[in-house]
Design a protein around this ligand. Structure first.
Ligand SMILES: [Zn+2]
Length: 182
C-alpha cells in the first residue's frame, strides 16, 4: 500500500514573523515566569553569545533582561553590569526612544529588589547618556490593553517599555513580535 503523500512543513524564514523568535528566548521567559531566574540567565547568556548577537538591534534589550534575571537570581554585580551594558549600547546605537522607555523600568526593577541606592545611581548615570540635543520623545497614545505576555517569546509585556508602532500595535522589545492592543 502506498503511503499518502505528506507535505513537509514549510520552513519559516528565520528573518521575520513570530517564527523568528529564538526558542532559547521562549524557554528563558518560561523559566523566569516560574521564578527560575538563574536558569533563565544561563539561556539568555547563551543567546547573547551567539554569532551575530553583537550587531542585532534587540541585543541591548536582551542585556536588560539578562540584568533583571541576574538580580532576581541574587547575582547583583553581574546584573548591574548587564543593565549598564544594555543602556549604554542603546545610547551608542542612538536608540534614544528605547533608552527613554527602558530607564524607568530598570530603575523600578532595582527598587523592587531593595536596591534603592543603586536604582538612583543607575538613573542618574543613564540620564547623562542623552546628548543635550535629544529632546523628549513623543509616544502615540495607546488605544487599548496589550496582552500581559508577548505572544512570540512569552516575555512579560510592559506597555511603557514597548515601542508603539501605532495606537493599537506595539512591538515586543525582546523578539520584535507585533502585539495588538485589545
Ligand atoms: Zn517577544
Amino acid at each position: 500500500m502506498r503511503r499518502p503523500f505528506r507535505r513537509r512543513p514549510l520552513r519559516r524564514s528565520p528573518a521575520r514573523g513570530p517564527g523568528a523568535v529564538p526558542p532559547l528566548l521562549r524557554q528563558a521567559n518560561a523559566l523566569a515566569r516560574q521564578g527560575r531566574h538563574a536558569e533563565a540567565l544561563i539561556l539568555l547568556e547563551r543567546l547573547l553569545a551567539r554569532p551575530g548577537a553583537a550587531a542585532h538591534p534587540r541585543t541591548p534589550a536582551l542585556k536588560l533582561q539578562a540584568g533583571r534575571a541576574a538580580i532576581l537570581a541574587g547575582q547583583t554585580e553581574t546584573g548591574l553590569g548587564y543593565l549598564r551594558a544594555g543602556l549604554q549600547e542603546m545610547a551608542a546605537r542612538g536608540q534614544w526612544a528605547a533608552l527613554e522607555r527602558h530607564i524607568p523600568r530598570v530603575t523600578e526593577g532595582l527598587e523592587q529588589a531593595g536596591m534603592a541606592a543603586a536604582a538612583a545611581e543607575m538613573e542618574a548615570w543613564a540620564r547623562a547618556l542623552f546628548p543635550a540635543e535629544v529632546s523628549a520623545v513623543s509616544h502615540p497614545t495607546p488605544a487599548g490593553q496589550l496582552p500581559t505576555h508577548c505572544v512570540g517569546c512569552g516575555a512579560p509585556v510592559n506597555p511603557r517599555e514597548t515601542e508603539w508602532l501605532d495606537a493599537r500595535t506595539a512591538e515586543c522589545p525582546y523578539c520584535g513580535t507585533p502585539l495588538h492592543a485589545e
